[in-house]
Write a protein that binds this ligand. Structure first.
Ligand code: FAD
Length: 585
């Protein structure tokens, strides 16, 4: 088979085999059995980043005195009032049903001795409502969903296909061009509707919990196709990553009673309006405060010289020793395993060095509450989408259920659209041919001696950390934006040393680099436009939240000349008017 052929036509094509993509596929298979559904993924679905989620998934049901309103309020205030409250209300109402449904599909939720679902505390949540499967929650959730997709013969899979372009004609998305990695062939798959479920973009930064595959491909594809991205300035640091590898030590470690201590062995969070130390965890206090506040506190400790130098930067320590071996082995076995394997530290007896690490993108492809991305036939769900329930700061354990709730919603909406969408237009073939020419030219371009994909990516990552880290300023982001422009020129000219076709990882890395550059630019431009501090976007030149001017989302889209444009979109407020974010009390 030659390059440029349209190899199949489906009703709905999911890009992404993580939680959001698989949930969307199952939603369609269950409700519209006559539709032809496909899932395309650049890795085998079980290798999607969802598999590495540890801590748990929030759903207000298990604790007797919990309510949907309290989950909604915690999410609204956690978002620093930037989350859309209609989406949040739908989310909290549907999350428990989704989690129960997942159990029926085989997810082994941890249980209390009396058989009821066990829940744990999580940062920024007033009640214990985080369901978990020990500390391998994502693995079990994804596995249950993956097995469920296998029941449905109408779900076609394209494993290890890398999407490079959305096909858009007649004002609607009609499919994709992708590289079948095993052969290297460049092919097209058309579809009446496409759901982007491509996950996050942590790799824009140097130090991240995210997998190497999290390069924001879906966001870049949508942007180039003409769909806007939303709230890209809000990038979450998780307060506890292992130095060097960036491997996550789950918030569950603090939920089970772990303490964060500085170089003096002092629980420093008491100095940052996060409550006073208590021997047992107190909800929304101290170590169970929200992630943005905890990461910011780390920076202040470092400035005061109260952190510890390590070969991989300054660290504080997570102390689990007082929890005891029995609890650690039953509730946090993976934490112990990770520490032993990657740091040669046993948390039963030793302190774990940790530092803030890029973890999650609150922004993403702008969608409505049913995943529609503002371009006919295009939907998005999961971390690549911005509905938005997370606003300026996501609460831990809200993302996994978000993938389920909005994965299912977008699947259903895409199915409905596909049911009455017109057939593919002939003009898309010209776009396929155009993409084949572009990719072949990239493969044929001679590689220079000094500039390679890896070097440019490293420079991009360090530029982003300096320009838009935990604290940013106008000048830091302007300087970063200029540097990203220069890096874009180098990335556009980069040559590929490996000219073979099967599994050409260098080619894939070059395409991912182009995506990272686009995402980096959007983060910086959205950040520059937001002259206030809110949630994870902290500007030392504009330290206060400014609801008068910035209680609004930022949309960034490409103008006809290719340059990015920013506009504002009002936040939907239903029942909770903007207020102060108070923790520790
Ligand atoms: C270490 C870690 C721990 C976490 N723990 C928790 C937790 O305890 N609780 C919680 O709520 N959240 C947690 N999160 C966040 C949460 O896991 C993610 O936000 C969520 O799983 C994302 O799921 P997704 O389906 O959107 O994307 P992913 O699971 O990342 O899947 C993306 C899919 O898109 C495919 N793809 C991407 N680009 C392309 C392309 N160009 N062509 C074809 N396919 C493509 C990939 O192959 C993959 O299948 C954690 C995140 C990390 C990194």
């Amino acid at each position: 088979m030659a390059d440029g052929e349209v190899v199949a036509d489906h009703d709905v094509l999911m890009i992404g085999g993580g939680l959001a993509g698989l949930r969307a596929a199952v939603a369609i298979a269950e409700t519209s059995a006559h539709l032809d559904v496909a899932v395309m993924s650049k890795v085998y679905p079980m290798r999607s980043h969802s598999v590495s989620a540890e801590g748990g998934a929030a759903g207000a049901i298990a604790d007797d005195d919990d309510t949907l309103d309290e989950h909604a309020y915690d999410t609204v205030s956690g978002s620093d009032w930037l989350g859309d409250q209609d989406a949040i209300e739908a989310f909290v109402a549907e999350a428990p049903r989704e989690l129960l449904q997942l159990e029926h599909w085989g997810c082994p939720w941890s249980r209390q001795p009396d058989g009821r679902i066990a829940v744990r505390a999580f940062g920024g949540m007033k009640k214990m409502r985080t369901w978990f499967a020990a500390d391998k929650t994502g693995f079990h959730m994804l596995h249950a969903l993956f097995q469920t997709t296998l029941k449905y013969r109408e779900v076609t899979r394209y494993d290890e296909w890398f999407v490079t372009r959305l096909l858009v004609d007649d004002g609607r998305v009609q499919g994709v061009v992708a590289i079948e990695l095993m052969t290297g062939r460049i092919q097209a798959v058309t579809a009446k509707a496409v759901v982007l479920a491509t996950g996050g973009c942590g790799k824009v930064f140097p130090f991240t919990t995210n997998a190497n595959i999290n390069t924001g491909d879906g966001m870049a594809l949508a942007l180039r196709a003409g769909a806007p991205l939303k709230d890209m300035e809000f990038v979450q640091y998780h307060p506890t990553g292992l130095p060097f590898t960036g491997i996550l030590i789950t918030e569950a470690a603090r939920a089970e009673g772990g303490w964060l201590v500085n170089a003096d062995g002092y629980r420093y969070l008491q100095d940052y309006d996060l409550g006073t130390p208590s021997p047992t965890p107190v909800l929304r206090s101290m170590e169970l405060g929200p992630r943005d506040r905890l990461s910011q506190a780390f920076v202040h400790e470092a400035e005061k010289g109260r952190t510890t130098a390590s070969p991989y930067g300054e660290v504080v320590h997570l102390d689990l020793r007082h929890l005891g071996e029995k609890l650690i082995d039953s509730k946090l076995p993976f934490v112990r395993e990770l520490c032993l394997k990657y740091e040669r530290i046993d948390p039963v007896h030793e302190l774990i060095p940790v530092r803030p690490v890029i973890h999650y993108m609150m922004g993403g492809v702008h969608t409505d509450i049913d995943g529609a991305a503002g371009l006919d036939g295009l939907y998005a769900a999961g971390e690549t989408a911005c509905v938005s329930i997370n606003g300026a700061n996501r609460l831990g354990s809200n993302s996994l259920p978000e993938c389920l709730v909005f994965g299912a919603r977008s699947g259903r909406a895409a199915a409905e659209y596909a049911g009455s969408a017109p057939p593919t237009t002939a003009a898309v073939q010209a776009q396929v041919d155009d993409e084949v020419r572009r990719l072949r030219a990239l493969l044929d371009r001679p590689a220079g001696d000094d500039d390679g994909v890896a070097r440019i990516r490293e420079e991009l990552q360090s530029t982003m950390e300096e320009a838009a880290g935990i604290y940013r300023t106008g000048p830091s982001m302007e300087k970063g934006a200029d540097a990203v422009q220069a890096l874009r020129e180098r990335a556009d000219a980069v040559g590929i040393r490996d000219t073979s076709r099967p599994f050409n990882t260098e080619l894939v890395a070059a395409l991912e680099l182009a995506n990272l550059v686009d995402i980096g630019e959007c983060i910086l431009l959205s950040g520059l436009a937001r002259e206030e501090s809110r949630g994870a976007h902290q500007r030392t030149d504009f330290p206060a939240r400014d609801d008068e001017h910035f209680l609004a989302h930022h949309l960034v889209r490409r103008a006809d000349d290719g340059s990015p444009r920013i506009e504002q979109l009002p936040v939907t407020i239903t029942r909770w008017p903007p207020g102060e974010r108070v923790y520790g009390r």
